[in-house]
Write a protein of this length. Structure first.
Length: 218
């Protein structure tokens, strides 16, 4: 596990989102829910892009299996399924294979299914929606580790991601060091604010200048 991932795992999406805002980078993604565990996940990204099966040559591989087999310990798989079809792009057998291969979790821009099974496996699934409908005959994989779109954010293989109960935040590999630095600063400021509140300082005083200047160093 890289030092960047270790540092990212100690943060949350809100701190990373604030850092992205401060640096003028693409924002965190909202509307993707944590469905099968209560855990936060963070790691490097592998990507899968899905499309409508109609008009496409038949695939020799089941969707997402190439990414699972290529994953390193702690990686996060990110799937784009924006076809508009009600068809699951992730399911229980994929969760089992991923868990056995050390994948940290999956983030789906689109529907997932077999959530009860993923919950029993204690495998983290984050998805835009739920469905019982199979992918068979509806969607198939068209690319692995090519750019995908999640919310309004373009995500590349090798980028970083953190996801928790609030949302999902992606960080381009080239920006990870400065985002981590900014997010760690936010966390330190918030910790100081919490300590000030516990020591008896008025809420208005703590949440005034401190909060408004959260993203300003010094």
């Amino acid at each position: 596990m890289t030092d960047a991932v270790t540092r990212l795992q100690k943060l949350d999406t809100c701190a990373v989102s604030d850092a992205l805002d401060k640096l003028g980078l693409p924002p965190a993604v909202t509307g993707i829910g944590r469905l099968s565990t209560d855990r936060r996940i963070a790691g490097k990204v592998l990507t899968v892009k899905l499309d409508k099966a109609e008009g496409q040559p038949p695939s020799r591989r089941h969707l997402c299996t190439a990414a699972i087999e290529a994953a390193s310990e702690g990686d996060v798989i990110v799937v784009e399924q924006r076809t508009g079809l009600d068809a699951a792009s992730w399911g229980g057998t994929l969760s089992l294979g991923s868990k056995l291969n050390g994948v940290a979790g999956v983030i789906v821009e689109g529907p997932a299914r077999d959530i009860d099974e993923s919950r029993e496996l204690d495998f983290p699934v984050f998805a835009r929606s739920l469905t019982a409908h199979t992918a068979r005959g509806r969607i198939l994989e068209v690319a692995t580790n090519e750019p995908v779109l999640v919310g309004d954010v373009t995500v590349h293989a090798g980028d970083y991601v953190i996801a928790d109960g609030t949302g999902v935040a992606f960080v381009a590999a080239a920006d990870i060091e400065r985002v981590l630095e900014a997010a760690e600063f936010v966390v330190a400021k918030e910790k100081a604010m919490a300590e000030a509140l516990r020591s008896g300082k008025p809420m208005s005083e703590v949440m005034g200048a401190n909060y408004e200047n959260m993203l300003k160093k010094g």
